[in-house]
Design a protein around this ligand. Structure first.
Ligand SMILES: [Zn+2]
Length: 435
């Protein structure tokens, strides 16, 4: 049985911080389809459009009929573990540091047999063959690998070292939430504290202006009762820190103070105004949105990124993840919120750059694409709207699942499907006033 993960003892500051060795990351172009699905938490394999044969490993042409038409389709990963073995030696540095390592061979109900990493509780006591559930998970290199878990959940299943390594569970970790004044920021802080975060630094841009509740309080769907910055500050795990993401000095000062201790950054700072182009003269509002949504992310990434990268192998609660609060409007411009959409599209592009730069250090960049949030800036939009608490729960779950991109809420899910189907059709629908 998996032992519950206990809070590690404080580290000896004199000892050298270990460097991270990454697992093997060479993949062909076709095989990246597995990673694309795993990045959103799905298990998908190629299924031949001609004859229906399920393919593994990923390939260019069907193994049965040679058809090149092999779309990726979500599948259930249930199967039978046929054999298992335990590695006691490896020439690969990553595995060498983590021996012994269990591997297995699973015959999927969908057809193919696959090599998997084995969860500690999978077939620990049962005779083979036995039922398992195969998942595609992102490893520290950010690439999909197959993991077989017990068919039924076991106590402390997520605490297995194999799964912990591939996820970014906030438990016992130190987290920076960049803006605690918004309803979303406060909901995120509460969710992180509930998830067992050791310490949550909460940024607030104007420390002299203490608001009693969330910014623009009174809006529907704001944070939990009794929240607000004062409510947050009363929590023993929470520490308020001055942070203005539009001010480089403010960001670098805070990074100098706490940058070497942060394990997870959750960038909730955003500025949202509901204007298109013609509705407002001048560029002041658009510039202000860019200052927070785009340049704010850039400043944070420059100041906090290197420190995170340096601590990617620092003990059991090493630096692990960077979360960006983007918007589904980043995929296609929503003209009623045109300049906001443009700033989020810029932030998405930058977040992709950040992900590419953080990947060699094993730090996961998680992009969050919510639909309209239930706040004052989306007051005129019809429901369904995403409650800040639901968004916060989705963020914590994404960290626990080790995924890269999430689309919380019904609207975001639907946009994602429409965008995937045809971005041009979505653009025209939005231009015609559809949501
Ligand atoms: Zn075929």
């Amino acid at each position: 049985m998996t032992q519950p993960f206990m809070k590690p003892a404080p580290k000896n500051p004199v000892l050298r911080t270990p460097q991270l060795n990454l697992p093997p990351s060479a993949r062909g172009r076709v095989a990246l389809g597995l990673t694309a699905a795993a990045a959103e938490g799905r298990f998908a394999l190629q299924v031949c459009a001609e004859c229906g044969a399920v393919q593994y490993p990923p390939r260019e042409a069907c193994h049965r009929c040679l058809s090149p038409d092999l779309p990726w389709q979500p599948l259930d990963g249930a199967g039978e573990l046929l054999a298992s073995t335990t590695l006691a030696h490896s020439n690969d540095l990553y595995f060498r540091e983590r021996l012994p390592w269990r591997l297995g061979m699973v015959r999927l109900d969908a057809g193919p047999s696959v090599m998997v990493h084995l969860h500690g509780d999978a077939a620990a006591q049962q005779a083979l063959p036995c039922r398992v559930q195969v998942q595609a998970r992102l490893d520290r290199s950010g690439l999909a690998v197959l993991v077989a878990c017990p068919e039924k959940g076991t106590p402390n299943m997520a605490d297995d070292p194999l799964l912990r390594e591939m996820a970014s569970d906030p438990r016992y970790r130190k987290v920076l939430v960049t803006d605690g004044k918004s309803a979303v920021g406060q909901a995120v802080v509460h969710a992180l504290v509930r998830a067992g975060a050791d310490l949550v630094w909460v940024g607030h841009a104007e420390p002299w202006k203490q608001l009693p509740g969330p910014a623009g309080s009174g809006s529907a769907g704001s944070g939990p009762a009794g929240s607000g910055l004062a409510g947050l500050a009363a929590l023993p795990q929470v520490s308020l820190v001055p942070l203005d993401v539009t001010d480089e000095r403010s960001v670098s000062t805070l990074a100098g103070r706490i940058g070497g201790k942060v394990d997870i950054v959750v960038n909730t700072a955003e500025l949202h105004r509901g204007f298109g182009i013609a509705a407002r003269r001048g560029t002041d509002v658009a510039k202000a949105e860019m200052e927070v949504n785009y340049f704010g992310l850039l400043r944070l990434a420059q100041c906090f990124g290197p420190a995170l990268k340096g601590r990617a192998a620092d003990g059991a609660t090493h630096a692990t993840a960077w979360v960006n609060l983007l918007s589904v409007y980043a995929l296609a411009n929503f003209p009623a919120h045109g300049t906001f959409s443009a700033s989020k599209a810029a932030a998405l592009s930058l977040a992709q750059c950040l992900r590419a730069e953080m990947q060699p250090a094993g730090i996961r960049v998680v992009n969050v694409f919510p639909g309209p949030i239930d706040d004052e800036w989306n007051q005129n939009l019809p429901p369904p709207k995403l409650a800040p608490a639901a968004l916060a729960s989705a963020i914590v779950q994404a960290l626990r699942d080790g995924v890269e991109d999430i689309y919380p809420g019904d609207v975001a899910q639907e946009w994602r499907q429409r965008w995937r189907h045809d971005p041009k059709v979505l653009e025209r629908e939005l231009a015609a006033g559809g949501l």
